[in-house]
Design a protein around this ligand. Structure first.
Ligand code: CP
Length: 307
């Protein structure tokens, strides 16, 4: 099974056939992760560099683990302890790294478009691990895998993304992926958190949480980015919790089970209460495990067949 894409920069424009291949492969690797020996020789001899210019827990750890599970050699680069701090440019840093013969690079960077830029000047597979407020394609793949695992098919499912859509790379990649796979998507949050004109991507928009919950089979709840609180986008965290926070009381008004997702990190007691995050309909920790299987699939499909 071959993908039509050579790099994974974003899910915009990635065809359904490619997403299906990645998801099917991820489910096969999920079985590997259940074995007593959770390692396969698939990427033996391949070298991968993980470039993280921005903090990460889940994405970095799961790429590290996925590379180890596939028997690849991997090295990690931390911007803060590199020669970037001595004035070396991004491009020179990358060229020096690639002079050491890398097969692939996994990069998180605060600037939208950084992964695309990188793919223009390295002769290696580029995987975007999150570029600013643009895309986080591997997160959307693991989210779709987790929905499929819990509910079967994506086609026709109703998924709401709730919170700060405007500054979220997770939201944009989920919108592209879910729409391509035939799901219906609603966005919910205060007007300051919803980009103007986002309906053009084929999504519904509401500022009313009740309406979003009525619509949804699944809700994907986004973090309130506390670092942005100073910019006056919402009155206060208390006010936000009152109107948009997902609580057991708000969910109890609905007879149907609503599957609960969150990409992490979670602000408990703000966008989601602990009893919902840890409750019976939450698949938040399944998302984390599926993150390893999804990233194994992406690495294998993009690097595996190359000499
Ligand atoms: N979901 C996610 O991207 O988390 P990290 O920032 O910890 O990688």
């Amino acid at each position: 099974m071959n993908l039509s894409i050579q790099n994974l920069i974003g899910l915009e424009g990635v065809p359904a056939e490619d997403i299906s291949i990645i998801l099917d492969t991820a489910f096969s690797f999920r079985e590997v992760l259940e074995r007593p020996v959770k390692k396969v020789p698939t990427l033996k001899g391949k070298t991968i560099v993980n470039l993280f210019f921005e903090n990460s827990t889940r994405t970095k750890m799961s790429f590290d683990l996925a590379e180890k599970r596939l028997s690849a050699d991997s090295i990690s680069f931390s911007a803060s302890s590199s020669s970037l701090s001595k004035g070396e440019t991004f491009k020179d840093t990358i060229k020096n790294l690639f002079a050491m013969k890398m097969d692939a690079v996994v990069m998180r960077h605060p600037t939208p478009g950084a992964a695309k830029l990188l793919s223009g000047f390295v002769d290696a597979v580029v995987i975007n691990a999150g570029d600013g407020t643009h895309e986080h394609p591997t997160q959307a793949i693991l989210d779709m895998m987790s929905i499929k695992e819990k509910l079967g098919e994506l086609k026709g499912l109703r998924v709401s993304i709730i919170g700060d859509i405007k500054h979220s790379r997770v939201a944009l990649s989920n919108i592209y992926g879910l729409k391509t796979m035939g799901a219906e998507v609603m966005l919910c949050g205060p007007p300051t958190f919803i980009p103007r004109g986002i309906e053009s991507l084929g999504v519904k928009v509401t500022h009313n949480l009740q309406e979003a919950l009525e619509f949804s089979d699944v809700i994907n709840i986004l973090r309130i980015q506390q670092e942005r609180m100073g910019t006056g986008l919402i009155p206060s965290l208390r006010e936000y919790r009152k109107v948009y926070g997902i609580t057991r009381e708000k969910l109890s008004k609905f007879q149907k089970p609503i599957t609960i997702m969150h990409p992490g990190p979670i602000n408990r007691g703000v966008e989601i209460d602990s009893d919902v995050a840890d409750g019976e309909h939450s698949i938040i920790l399944d998302q984390v495990l599926n993150g390893v299987a999804s990233r194994m699939a992406i690495l294998y499909l993009l690097i595996g067949g190359k000499n």
